[in-house]
Every structure is written in C-alpha cells, then in structure tokens.
Design a binder for this molecule. Structure first.
Ligand code: GLU
Length: 383
C-alpha cells in the first residue's frame, strides 16, 4: 500500500451499503437506512430526455467542461436561485463527488490545511489526505447545533490554512447554516485569504430553512467553489451528474484535472440535466414534501427509543441520533444489523465527534421506515 493510502479509509457509507446488499443477496431480510439515495424514480421527463439523447446518437465525448446548453442552464440557475453572478464559462459539469475531489486536488497543495466540520460527510477528509494535505476538524456536534461555528473555525486558522469546507444542509446531521454564520465564515476567508468549498448538494431538500450560498456574498466570487448536482434533488444518483462553479482563475486549474481524469461527464446524462433544470418543478416539490413526512416520523419514533437523543434536521434526508448505550458506533451498527436487521451508518465514519451516534438515511418509504424503526426500538430495549 502506498504511504498516501495508509491514512485513507474506505468510504463508510459505501461499505455499510455494500454489506447490506451482500446480506440481502444471502437471503437475510435487512432494511437499509444506509446510503443517501432517494427511493423515487427519476422524473419521467428527465428520463425521456436521456432516452431521446441516446436514440439520436448523442453517445460520444462532449466538450470536457460540459455541453454549452447545460453550462448555460446551470449559470442561469445559479444566478436566479443562488444569487451567484455566474457565467457558463465558469462551470464544469462532472459527477458531484468528482467536483469536490478535483477542487481539492487542484487547489490545495501538499501540507496545506483544510478546515471542515466534525462530523461531516465521510469523503471530505480522505479527499484532503489524498491531496497530501491536512484535514483540520472543527467540533460541530450537538453543542453547536451541528453547525460550523465561525468562532471555532477562527481558532483553527493558521498560516497553512488554504480552504474551509462548508456543507449546508449537512450530511450526516441535516443542520443548516444561518445567513450570519455563512457571512462570518466568508469574512474569515477574506481576512485570511482562504478559499471556501461550498457543497450545496442538499440545497433543495430543506424544511423551513433557507440556503445561503457563500459565493453570493459581495466580493466572494473569487474565493468560493460552489458544488451542486442532480443526484439528490432529482433522484438521479446513477446518472453521475453534477457541477461546480468557480472564478475563471480557479476553474482553469480544476479543468486540467477533468481533462486528465474523466475527460467529460456522460453525454446523454447532460441532456437529461437540462431537462431537470428547465422542466417542471412539481416532482421536486412532491419529493421534498414526502421527505418532510418521513423526517417527522423518524424523529418522532427515535425520540421514543431508550437512550436516544435526536436534533431535528432542517435539511437533507438524514438524522444523526446520539445514543447512550455505551458501545462504539461500529459495534452499535453491527448490533442493529444482527438484532434488528436494520442497516445504519456508524457515526465514527463522519469524524471523531460522530462517535456514539449513527446516521439514518430516511430516503425510503414510510412503511419500510416504520418497520425498521420499530425493529430498532425493540433491539435497543434489549440492551
Ligand atoms: N452522499 C451519499 C451518502 O452520504 C452517497 C454515498 C456517498 O457518496 O458517500 O450516503
């Protein structure tokens, strides 16, 4: 194993999801609350656009940064919905996870530091390590309402800090940063000449809260990389389609990584992406309304379980309950699989402050949620 990969763990979300799949294949009836994947079909008009593209022979390489019509549609979306002064030339179309990876590889040098919330999504820290850079976690547990507290961020800034990673709504907690918090983090970035990578993949899956894109704040465009994608909002996980927006000076270097890695995003998926952005908003509204019902049910049922404490999520489709049963989260996950036949993701996969928690992805139908949560309750009552 290379020195670089020694410090990198396999993705916790993907590992547990694969474990559940293997158990199912062996005949065990396991309910999965693991991977963050909406259970809805991709809306029909989007699928149709993909089929039309395939049938018309749109199956070859596209321009590396994406087809112009999609980049223009994304620029219009970012302007209208996020208040970002975006132009098509500042956009790269690529799978969302790859957008984050490319941004870190291209913009953070060996030994530089990247500040990120703890807990936060399982892949940020490994991506920073793969760039031979140093992840600097900032406590963002129940004490801060699971939000990145600007004062705690300020304490971690050194002369090696290069980037702050922001993810609101947050995976795994569903916390949403307030406008004041985003503004304060932007001010820190200006004062210390830092970049912000803003992962806004859950921006539309929001309950009584608003998204505040850091790139929309005055003077921030040159230092913010905004990342978003189609997987969660439009239930398009398998299409592998997302994008990033950044100032030309940054995009130039990120684009080099794109040409040397995936070349371009999947051709027909890009046509489907245009249909997603320009088609009816109703399917998304319906999905978000359903996620809200599921969130309410999940939180209510969790609050009724022994030893469980849960902060109500304001966005995304995850809850991150804390438990007091005195076993580590890998063991708790094993116990819930063995005893309740329910798969969850161990909290420690999201950072050290995630220990003694587990993540539930409630992107699954109400009947399955009820069955799985009841089974978890029965298992926890035995401890
Ligand atoms: N982002 C989703 C999750 O956290 C999908 C899997 C992954 O990319 O980690 O479950």
């Amino acid at each position: 194993m290379t020195f670089r990969m020694q410090a990198v763990q396999e993705s916790g979300t993907v590992r547990v999801a694969d474990r559940v799949k293997a158990l199912r294949a062996s005949g065990v009836d396991v309910i999965s609350f693991t991977i963050g994947e909406p259970d809805f079909p991709t809306p029909e008009h989007i699928v149709q656009a993909g089929i039309d593209a395939l049938k018309s022979g749109f199956t070859k390489y596209t321009p590396s940064a994406g087809i112009p019509e999609l980049r223009e549609a994304i620029a219009r979306k970012l302007k209208a919905e996020n208040g970002i002064d975006a132009s098509a030339s500042e956009i790269i179309v690529t799978p969302t996870k790859h957008a984050i990876f490319m941004s870190i590889i291209a913009l953070v040098d060996r030994g530089e530091e990247v500040i990120l919330a703890d807990p936060s999504w399982v892949s940020y820290e490994p991506m920073v390590r793969m760039a031979d850079a140093v992840p600097v976690p900032v406590r963002a547990d129940e004490e801060t309402g699971f939000r990145l507290n600007p004062e705690l961020v300020a304490e971690k800034i050194t002369n090696r800090t290069r980037m702050i990673l922001l993810n609101s709504p947050n995976n795994p907690t569903g916390a949403v940063a307030s406008r004041e918090e985003v503004r304060a983090i932007c001010e820190l970035a200006v004062d210390h000449d830092l970049l912000i990578l803003s992962d806004e993949i859950y921006e539309k899956i929001m309950y009584d809260a608003l998204n505040h894109s850091p790139a929309s704040f005055p003077g921030m465009k040159e230092r913010v990389i905004t990342v978003n994608g189609f997987s969660k909002t439009y239930s398009m996980t398998g299409w592998r389609l997302g994008y990033l927006h950044a100032d030309t000076s940054l995009v130039r270097d990120i684009q080099k990584v794109q040409t040397h890695s995936v070349t371009c995003a999947t051709s027909f998926a890009q046509k489907a992406g245009i249909a997603a952005l320009e088609g009816p908003a109703e399917p998304v509204r319906r999905m978000v309304a359903e996620f809200r019902r599921r969130r309410d049910l999940t939180v209510r049922k969790l609050r009724d379980m022994p030893g469980i404490e849960v902060v109500e999520p304001k966005g995304a489709f995850y809850t991150f309950p804390k438990y007091s049963q005195g076993m580590d989260s890998e063991k708790m996950t094993e116990y819930l699989i063995d005893e309740a036949h329910v798969g969850v993701t161990p909290g420690s996969s999201f950072g050290s402050f995630g220990e003694n928690h587990f993540r539930i992805s409630y992107a699954t139908d109400i009947a399955t949620l009820e069955r799985g949560l009841d089974s978890m309750k029965a298992a926890l009552e035995k401890l």
